[in-house]
Design a protein around this ligand. Sequence first.
Ligand SMILES: Nc1ncnc2c1ncn2[C@@H]1O[C@H](COP(=O)(O)OP(=O)(O)O)[C@@H](O)[C@H]1O
Ligand SMILES: [Mg+2]
Length: 518
Amino acid sequence: MRLLELKASNFTSYRDLSLPLGSGVVVVVGDNGSGKSSLFDMIYFALTGHSLRKLPLSEIIRKDQDRISVKLSFEHNGKIYTINRGRKKSRSFLDISIDNEEIKGDIKEKQEIINEIIDEELLNLAVIHSGKSRTFFDLSDREQKDLVVRLFSPDFIDISKFSRIAEQKKKELIRERDRKDGTIQYLKKEMEEMNKSMELYKDYSDYSLKELLDIEKEIDHTIDELTKSKNKKTEEFRKIENSLFTLKGEIRQISNELNKFKKLSKNKLCPICGAPLDKKHIDKEVAKLNKRLEDKNIQLKTLKKDRNRLEDEIDKIDSVIEENNENLSITKKLIDIVQKRDATEREIKNKNGEIRRLEKEIKGLNRDIEIYDTIRSFFSSDGLINGLFKKILPLFISKVEKFLSIFGNINLYYENNWIVSFDNNRLHVKSLSTGQRRIIELCVILAINEILKDTKNIDFLILDELIDPLDDNNITNVNNAIRMSKVDTVFIVTHRADDIDYDDKIEVVLVQGESEIK
Ligand SMILES: Nc1ncnc2c1ncn2[C@@H]1O[C@H](COP(=O)(O)OP(=O)(O)O)[C@@H](O)[C@H]1O
Ligand SMILES: [Mg+2]
């Protein structure tokens, strides 16, 4: 990637900027606050949509303006790219053309095209600000390892992505497992409840539904039979009652006749046979009537006895029926209880089955969780990355040390922390002086750029007030190191341009609050 031209309007102190960008070593000079750093903010903004200084767009837009734009063109792989990014009428826009051909799509899709060429993380490393930017040593241990491994992996696979995906998947599975576990706990509580209600059925454990149903049928049958025989006897009873009624009538009639006879005087004719009545005849007829009456009374007595017997029998049947009805209602109650008991038992069995099924599923999930955990740790810094990093480390260090050697007897070590030795005097990176640290950072950046030369190459460096704290000797070394590196363009923002062996110079001045290029 080789920068060609930068244009901007309403970017911080710039109203209008049009700046051709040369290659080689380019010094940028100007007073404090003249607008030097803003130039690199523009480049960064054009490429990423973000501010290098992490400022919101509202603070970058030139005061009292409502639109901003930056246009950056560069050459990459023989093609000319032009990026035009900004905001107007409160809307962000991004236009990209490649060899004058406009790219279609939304901002996200177009950004993807830029990301194919540059890498925001590496771009960050390509800019060394005085204490403001995040340099290699400001990254976390994990980020450093990821970066080093990625530098050397040919197609730039983001290995840590696998770890993240596995972690994500593992979390999902854990959530699913916990959900299932919750269901089991709920089912177990329900089972407890059901087991308690089974206690209520304990006294009925000897009863079987089939037996009870058989008994019910039998009782039903008995009641049926009894009712039938009762009906028969009732019929008989009614008949006897009728006979009794008739008999009583007959007896009454005979008695009447008898009374009439007794009142009859002699010498009259017999009302029965018409013969002349005399004492003998009357006595004979009375005796006959008495005999008939007697017979009827005997009959009456027998019938009454029969009726009473039947009445007793019917009463007895009634009490047996009642007894059977009582038994039937007890049996029905038992059937109801036993049915409920059996249903509960069945439900307990079902729930048990469900719990077993869930437990089996949880077992499977636990196995999968373990697998994803293995994948996660394999691709995490404890796993693959760590292993790859260890393998790559000597090569990486030797590339950095190649540049460090220009500055003297300086060596770099990684022992879970970065250690630098100056003339065999070992120091933790964090305890280096500002000047020493800038030297190490510069060499790391030059090494990274060289490693990326043939792949993902940003190919420009911005050293913003980096060299100003260095002594004369080291400024010469910086000149040498930069010349030795194969970076296409190095921008050096400095107040010591005279000490730099530069190819081009950009001079920035602030005129009435507006930045201009001299
Ligand atoms: N939104 C803005 N509108 C106008 N001027 C701004 C805005 N933001 C920053 N500035 C001014 O822009 C100037 C350029 O800053 P900077 O590029 O950091 O200067 P340098 O790096 O040369 O010291 C500063 O004077 C600053 O006050
Ligand atoms: Mg500055």
